[in-house]
Design a protein around this ligand. Structure first.
Ligand code: MG
Ligand code: ZN
Length: 222
């Protein structure tokens, strides 16, 4: 009983901070993308690809239990970046984001990407105040994930199926994953990509550009 009460209290405090973050992002006209996915799904690799396309300016908030390895990768890719080390906590919460923002040069950039801690479970419960969520799912993880982790997929605006270059070597069923996504998140945009080869990145970038809040770069879609 106590455990449930504590959890509710935590989530209540989180939604207050998330509301503040959302109001701030809307005022500052920055589109914030919260990226969920298992460890090794390719979240950082996807962000490297996006940074490499360089007609968009971006900042990245990296969440990891330990190390600044991903922040170093994003710095090399040319993004403004801050690493949040959660010291073992398996998700980011809205307060962590709030505390990190003053130290990140994200204003006047097209996008702020938040790379959540690699985990398909609890990051789904923590609203960070983001504009939208993506889930990155790699073919190596298996096609059953939307069924097993519906909470993560349910709120996704986009699902990025990564590592399609590995399809010849795996028993990954594209039909099964499509079926799962159609049931769990029928409105999500689905992109099939290989962050390694760059295949499929262009359609994703085309779609993403529509969300840039910089009026000079915004096309008709929003
Ligand atoms: Mg990463
Ligand atoms: Zn967690």
């Amino acid at each position: 009983m106590k455990v449930i009460a504590v959890r509710q209290k935590i989530l209540k405090a989180n939604s207050q901070a998330a509301r503040e973050n959302r109001a701030r992002f809307s005022r500052e006209r920055v589109c914030v993308v919260n990226i969920l996915g298992s460890p090794g799904a390719g979240k950082t690799a996807l962000l490297e690809r996006i940074a490499g396309s360089n007609d968009l300016s971006m900042a990245v908030l990296e969440g990891d239990p330990e190390t600044a390895m991903d922040a170093e990768r994003m710095e090399k890719a040319g993004a403004a970046v801050i690493q949040v080390v959660t010291r073992g906590t398996c998700h980011l919460d809205a307060n962590m984001v709030q505390l990190a923002l003053p130290r990140l040069d994200y204003r006047n950039r097209d996008f702020l990407f938040v790379e959540n801690v690699g985990n398909l479970l609890c990051p789904a419960s923590f609203d960070l105040g983001e504009t939208m969520r993506w889930v990155v799912l790699s073919t190596a993880e298996g096609a059953d994930k939307p069924f097993k982790y519906p909470a993560a997929f349910k709120t996704a605006k986009a699902v990025v199926i990564n590592k399609i270059d590995l399809l010849p070597y795996l028993d990954f069923s594209m039909d099964q994953v499509k079926d799962g996504l159609a049931q769990i998140c029928p409105k999500a945009r689905v992109f099939k990509v290989s962050c390694k080869t760059g295949e499929g990145i262009d359609p994703l970038m085309g779609w993403l550009r529509g969300f840039s809040r910089n009026p000079a770069k915004t096309n008709s879609k929003s």
